[in-house]
Design a protein around this ligand. Structure first.
Ligand SMILES: Cc1cc2nc3c(=O)[nH]c(=O)nc-3n(C[C@H](O)[C@H](O)[C@H](O)COP(=O)(O)OP(=O)(O)OC[C@H]3O[C@@H](n4cnc5c(N)ncnc54)[C@H](O)[C@@H]3O)c2cc1C
Length: 632
């Protein structure tokens, strides 16, 4: 489809962003089961891979498998927006990279495939603490988690452990399966954790995420093909592509929404986009849905005059609606990574590049059985309550410090609600807040010695207290916004990271894992004192690539940007459906929640749009010269 023909089309709903959430909506809203069928247009800035792409499809090491050094997605401008934060004062001036999918399927085409639900009380808080009603609780959301899933049980045979009582969906689009390739560290690290006195979790997806799962975590990989199962392959199937009421335009950057302000609430009547250096406007019949992700949907709102009035006026953007919370409440999972060198002959994923026979064997396994090292996804990960990692005296001291810090801050109503809940969870000591995860390869934060194999252990903080923001810095829609996560800006978060890293060291130094490790590589064994740990943490901190919360779903009195139908407060017909609506950090990676959110809102979109009459066209309401394609 050309931009000209897209702009000339009449759509009921225009979806901005054909990413994780956007393609769920595109699929469900155009299903012929609904009458009358909605006409949907999707605009995405990235490119389209109709016939598969090894860089996306192969779960691990596509460049090693293909021998093509460019066969990678994360950090590759062909697939990635490659945004980065402002220098962070709390990290001694370091910047944080934000990898985000710029390809059909969005970040689901880049991510690490981990598929984990968070704990029951985390979702319950969405409904009960943030004023979104009973539909946004564990019980209200579970049918929609299940709706997206096609679950395959853990493997049988040598690796068979206790299959979890299934709480997963069996007939949805995303294939959920379990790893069948284990590195030489997978079992020893699990046993070491048991030797440290922690139980294993038989069913981490049933509302309790604590401790290492007995079977490892599930992942979004099709076990029959050994390929990533993601928004494009699962929700934009050939049957969906053939639907006459769905058009997807790629390579077009949405620059703003066009408004009719003549009647009460501003109503979006058009979407302006740029393609090939030209500007176009497509008419909107009923609704605009922003699914451009938690860093880009706020940018589009602000470019459309919806945001903090003083910021908009400073940049010369005509104000449509003063909604200062847009782009605030940026939350993420700060990650701290340690690298460990393993003994000669211990097999990790690094062995693929060290041992030709191992490489040949695993290429063959991938080609013939769709298994082996190229299908590896991280599986040894679980959440731990902080009190179980540190002494009660240390915990009490940290809590007193935290109270003092919070007393000195000016908190927003949303922060007050979030922190009240978080402190309750902390003091109950039941919810896992610190999550180590083993990745059996090195080089994640330090350079590797030749002919040596490594493992890395990442540890992410499920529920930090730091809050950041994302805002436009210019009116150029292609420019990266100003991103500032403010990681570790509260001493509490730094202390948690330090204790978590120390726990990781203790874990790998416990048998039977300890015997397989030869060197504490980064941080080195020299890092012992608290100041050294703090320096290490600050210098190596990265984002887990889970930005969320920048258009939070919460009551307006708490400072929410969208209501429980995901409609933007104060606007007539604009929703945000992406990771930005998550009102408070989740303790696990967030892709299942993004799919579930999109699944959940679809029936509401279908029922409300069915009642709407198609209003006048954008072209009747905006200046003639804007409608014509022109130079941007
Ligand atoms: C490197 C990485 C690893 C991750 N690992 C995991 C993991 O293992 N497990 C997990 O659960 N989660 C993981 N995540 C997080 C998860 O992938 C995301 O939270 C989720 O996919 C976000 O979905 P979304 O719909 O909000 O946005 P996206 O999927 O990013 O979709 C946004 C879409 O909007 C488009 N867009 C943006 N701006 C514009 C514009 N102006 N005009 C037109 N189009 C636009 C983009 O091109 C993109 O296609 C990871 C993410 C990354 C990046």
């Amino acid at each position: 489809m050309t931009p000209e023909s897209f702009a000339a089309s009449q759509f009921d709903v225009v979806i901005v962003g054909g990413g994780t959430a956007g393609l769920v909506l595109a699929n469900r809203l155009t299903d012929s089961k609904h009458s009358p069928p909605l006409r949907v247009g999707v605009i995405d800035a990235g490119h389209y891979n109709p016939s598969g792409d090894p860089a996306i499809d192969i779960p691990y090491g596509a460049n090693t498998y293909t021998g093509d050094p460019n066969a990678f997605t994360i950090g590759n401008p062909k697939y990635d927006w490659l945004m980065k934060s402002e220098p962070q004062a709390s990290l001694d001036g370091n910047v944080i990279w934000y990898f985000r999918g710029k390809v059909l399927g969005g970040s689901s085409a880049l991510h690490a495939n981990a598929w984990q639900r968070s704990a029951k009380n985390e979702y319950d808080a969405w409904g009960k603490v943030f004023g979104n009603g009973d539909g946004w609780t564990w019980e209200g959301l579970m049918p929609y988690f299940a709706r997206s899933e096609r679950w395959t049980a853990p493997p049988s045979g040598e690796d068979a452990l206790l299959p979890p009582a299934s709480v997963h969906g069996k007939n949805g689009p995303i294939n959920i399966s379990y790893n069948t390739h284990l590195s030489d560290l997978d079992r020893p690290l699990t046993e070491a954790m048991v030797n440290l006195g922690y139980p294993l979790n038989d069913n981490p997806d049933d509302g309790d995420i604590n401790y290492l799962p007995r079977d490892g975590i599930p992942r979004s990989v099709n076990p029959m093909e050994g390929k990533r199962s993601y928004a494009t392959s699962a929700y934009y199937t050939p049957e969906v592509q053939a639907r006459k009421n769905l058009c997807v335009l790629m390579g077009a950057v949405v620059s703003r929404l066009v408004w009719d302000k003549s009647n009460g609430k501003p109503r979006a009547v058009g979407v302006e986009f740029v393609s090939g250096g030209k500007k176009y406007i497509v008419n909107v019949g009923k609704e605009v849905i922003l699914s451009a992700g938690s860093l880009k949907s706020p940018q589009i709102l602000e470019l459309s005059g919806v945001g903090n009035k003083s910021l908009l006026e400073k940049l010369g953007v005509p104000v449509t609606l003063d909604l200062p919370e847009v782009g605030e409440n940026l939350m993420d999972h700060p990650v701290n990574i340690s690298d460990f060198k393993v003994r000669d002959g211990v097999q990790t994923l690094d062995t693929l590049t060290l041992d030709e026979d191992f490489l040949a064997k695993h290429k063959k396994l991938y080609d013939t059985k769709h298994t082996g090292a190229f299908t590896y996804t991280p599986r040894i990960t679980g959440a731990f309550p902080l009190q179980e990692l540190i002494s009660s005296e240390t915990y009490q001291n940290m809590r007193e410090d935290l109270e003092k810090t919070l007393d000195e801050m000016t908190l927003t109503p949303l922060q007050k609600a979030q922190y009240g809940e978080l402190k309750k969870w902390l003091d109950e000591g039941k919810l896992g807040l610190v999550t180590p995860a083993m990745v059996p390869r090195g080089g994640m934060i330090s350079s590797m010695e030749p002919n040596s194999a490594y493992i890395s252990i990442i540890v992410f903080q499920g529920h930090g207290f730091s809050r950041g923001s994302v805002h436009i810095k210019s009116t150029n829609p292609e420019a990266s916004p100003t991103i500032s996560p403010e990681f570790l800006s509260l001493k509490w978060d730094l202390d948690v990271q330090i204790h978590a890293s120390q726990f990781v060291r203790k874990w790998v130094q416990t048998e039977p894992a300890a015997g397989l490790i030869t060197e504490l590589h980064t941080p080195s064994a020299e890092v012992k004192e608290k100041d050294d740990w703090a320096k290490f943490v600050k210098s190596r901190l990265v984002s887990m690539s889970h930005p969320m919360g920048t258009t939070a779903m919460a009551s307006r009195s708490l400072g929410g940007v969208v209501d429980e139908r995901l409609k933007v407060y104060g606007l007539d017909n604009v929703r945000v459906v992406d990771a930005g609506v998550i009102p408070m950090t989740l303790g696990t990676p967030i892709q299942p929640a993004v799919y579930a959110i999109a699944e959940k809102v679809c029936p509401n979109i279908i029922s409300t749009t069915a009642l709407l009459k198609v209003p006048s066209k954008a072209s009747d309401l905006i200046a003639e010269d804007l409608v014509k394609p022109g130079k941007f």
